[in-house]
Design a protein around this ligand. Structure first.
Ligand code: FES
Length: 168
């Protein structure tokens, strides 16, 4: 790849090519204050090479559902006047650790447990009468209670079957 005017500078085309995104997406990120550039005397945008890492983070964070506002807030914690080091990135990603762990838990449940009753109150599949008899989980609050609360704290279908409780 042509490194352009400097090893540390990238044109918008180079940044798009190397980051696997489009020029229009980079312009969008810039309008959203997620990345910054400066202008040459010929009024062309230039990006510091470390913008590649920022774009990588933005794209991955977006793919796992982190909002642009949260991404912007996290990126704002990185230093402006020097290239962020490992500690800077560690501090930044630490902010998302709990949130990401919860997302991972929910994604795993969606992948593994959505064939079972989720405790949403619909009573529409055969196992609902066992896992959520008479929609008793509705008393815990709104939404899919067996996903939100985790099945460990709730009745399991298998446990109900073993104890010979409700059936449909
Ligand atoms: S899946 Fe909705 S209450 Fe069971």
């Amino acid at each position: 790849m042509n490194k352009g005017p400097s090893e540390l500078e990238l044109t918008v085309g180079q940044l798009a090519q190397r980051s696997g995104t489009t020029v229009s997406a980079l312009h969008f990120y810039e309008r959203q204050n997620l990345i910054t550039s400066w202008r040459t005397s010929g009024n062309q945008r230039r990006y510091h090479r470390d913008t590649l890492r920022r774009v990588a983070l933005i794209r991955i964070a977006q793919r796992v559902g982190i909002s642009l506002a949260d991404i912007r807030e996290a990126l704002a914690a990185l230093p402006d006047n020097r290239v962020p080091n490992r500690r800077d990135w560690q501090r930044m990603s630490q902010r998302w650790r709990d949130d990401l762990n919860e997302r991972i838990r929910l994604l795993e449940q969606l992948r593994d447990d959505f064939t079972d009753c989720v405790g949403c109150g619909c009573m529409s599949i055969d196992r609902c009468a066992l896992a959520n008899p008479f929609d008793e989980l509705g008393a815990h609050g709104a939404g899919p209670r067996r996903l939100l609360e985790g099945k460990s704290s709730l009745r399991t279908v298998e446990g109900a079957e073993r104890s010979g409780q409700a059936s449909s």
